[in-house]
Design a protein around this ligand. Structure first.
Ligand SMILES: Nc1nc2c(ncn2[C@@H]2O[C@H](COP(=O)(O)OP(=O)(O)O)[C@@H](O)[C@H]2O)c(=O)[nH]1
Ligand SMILES: [Mg+2]
Length: 285
């Protein structure tokens, strides 16, 4: 497979109007990839490796993947890196509880994917989940690492967004901010499980209304068909720009405490969870 050497983004507009957004984001992703993608060798997935955050280089394309628990964050990264999913993730009571970083090289460009704990987790408060991502975002920005992309995953097969899911999106929006929106992708997963296309697209349209704040600032919706090819198409579509997230500016440049940041103010502590985790620590069980 020929390699193109220098890496350029696949043609994709960063802003589309409301009218074109839905049709623009419809298949052909489910079928074969574009010639451009085939030239890059998208059919074969390079095997990635877990790395530590300190190994990330400023020249890496760094993409952070977020979303609600069980939305498909880890699975998406697994499709990109070829690293098998942790079998424990098939039981939704155990899930990614810490930030994990994976790297793989494609067309001489190193890609780094950041797997984060999902919002709306049963055992962690929204603030606790945000704290983990915030710690990582703060230290990497202090080490001059900027993100190329931020992806938010959501299942298309859910019939509606719960209050907690809507809150998760608001926290995510507060984390990214409008200035970074051009590098944000709001990705619906589970399209390979869709039986009824009409209701799936109705759900997609409702989500686009819920996500209007970020979409109007330049974020784009994409669909994930649970294949490596579909995952890479989303990643290549991000291009190569790097952005500082609002949360990074607030934490590092403005030296705010997490609870005083835009995202932090939208992420409540769960008093009941805190109480039980305090009891657990006290009695060591
Ligand atoms: N069929 C299908 N399964 C998916 C998709 N995304 C995630 N899953 C499955 O859903 C479960 C939860 O996914 P996971 O990536 O662990 O969720 P996370 O909590 O967001 O990291 C796993 O069993 C995945 O294999 C998808 O697009 N299609
Ligand atoms: Mg996970």
């Amino acid at each position: 497979m020929a390699s193109s050497g220098s890496w350029v983004p696949v043609g994709e507009t960063t802003r589309v109007s409301n009218a074109t957004r839905s049709s623009h984001s419809r298949p052909p992703m489910r079928s074969t990839s574009s010639p451009l993608l085939r030239d890059r060798g998208v059919a074969s997935t390079p095997l990635g490796v877990p790395i530590s955050s300190s190994e990330i280089e400023p020249s890496d394309v760094v993409i952070l993947v977020s979303g609600t628990t069980g939305s498909g964050i880890s699975n998406f990264i697994s499709k990109l890196t070829g690293i098998a999913e942790d079998p424990r993730t098939h039981d939704l009571t155990s899930y990614t509880t810490d930030v994990r970083v994976y790297a793989c090289v494609r067309d001489r460009q190193r890609f780094v994917f950041v797997d984060t704990p999902g919002f709306n987790a049963t055992k962690l408060s929204q603030r606790a989940v945000l704290r983990k991502a915030a710690k990582w975002l703060k230290s990497t920005y202090q080490n001059a690492i900027k993100l190329t992309g931020v992806i938010y995953m959501c299942r298309i097969t859910d019939t509606y967004s719960s209050r907690a899911e809507q809150q998760s999106f608001r926290i995510f929006y507060g984390m990214c901010g409008r200035k970074a929106a051009g590098q944000v992708r709001l990705v619906t997963t589970m399209w390979d499980q869709v039986d009824d296309d009409t209701s799936a697209w109705q759900r997609q349209n409702r989500l686009e209304i819920e996500w209007e704040s970020l979409l109007s600032a330049g974020a784009l919706c994409r669909q994930f068909y649970n294949t490596s090819e579909s995952a890479w198409e989303i990643v290549y579509g991000l291009g190569y720009q790097r952005k500082v997230l609002l949360l990074q500016r607030e934490l590092v440049d403005e030296r705010r405490k997490l609870k005083k940041t835009t995202a932090g103010m939208r992420a409540p502590e769960n008093e009941v969870l805190n109480f039980f985790s305090g009891i657990r620590k006290l009695f060591k069980f």
